[in-house]
Ligand binder design. Structure first.
Ligand code: E4P
Length: 217
């Protein structure tokens, strides 16, 4: 499974990148706002840090303006994936931008039918938002499973990018169902390393090592 990091915080990306945990990065206008930086400048810096796709989102809502913004974002670097919302205009922009050879991430997906349309429009990635469905008491994981089944039924190559991952269980279940990619905040990726029995076991081993006077270097 590929791991994308859902942040525009370059220090957090660098830390995970050193461990080989970063196959790509996703940003959105809210994450850019949080970084306090200019979108073109910070996106360029991130794209230079990682080898994989870096999603940068358009802010226009009509197709022609989205296409113009998408072309500008795509010029930042070869590894930019233009992020467009899953609206009818977003699908039009997806078709044009992907036809021009750009990676396109179709975002804000909340239904399997939306995901089917994104695949037909040539999306490179479809981003179903798990956490936001859970927020309104719907099952985000069911959506991932439905999309997986539909894409496999017809051999669509659009990659399922499980997004709005808020917990380590979201990460585990996305992998279990077979999402191609997940994008998660740095804190969630780091939390995947945590287990209470690991901490407890380590504490006991260290106590015994001290009692035994074990020294290695
Ligand atoms: C994905 O591309 C989005 O940026 C992100 O996963 C949204 O997550 P949120 O619902 O926690 O804001």
């Amino acid at each position: 499974m590929k791991f994308f990091v859902d942040t525009a915080d370059v220090d957090a990306i660098a830390e995970l990148n050193e461990l080989g945990m970063v196959d790509g990065v996703t940003t959105n206008p809210s994450l850019i706002m949080k970084s306090g930086r200019d979108i073109l400048e910070v996106t360029k810096e991130i794209a230079g840090m990682v080898d994989g796709p870096v999603s940068a989102e358009v802010i226009a809502t009509d197709a022609d303006a989205m296409i113009a913004e998408g072309r500008k974002l795509a010029k930042i670097a070869d590894n930019i994936a233009v992020k467009v919302p899953l609206t009818w205009d977003g699908l039009k922009a997806c078709k044009v931008l992907s036809g021009e050879g750009n990676m396109v991430n179709v975002t804000l997906c909340f239904s399997a039918n939306q995901a089917l349309l994104a695949a037909k429009a040539g999306g490179t990635f479809i981003s179903p938002f798990i956490g936001r469905l859970d927020d309104i008491n719907l099952d985000g994981m069911e959506l991932i499973a439905d999309i997986r089944q539909i894409y496999d039924n017809y051999g669509y190559e659009t990659q399922i990018l499980a997004a709005s991952i808020r917990t380590v269980n979201h990460a585990f279940q996305s992998a279990q169902i077979g999402a191609d990619v997940m994008t998660a905040p740095p804190a969630v990726i780091k939390a995947m390393a945590k287990h209470v029995l690991t901490d407890k076991g380590l504490e006991a081993f260290l106590k015994d090592a001290e009692t035994a006077g074990i020294k290695i270097v």
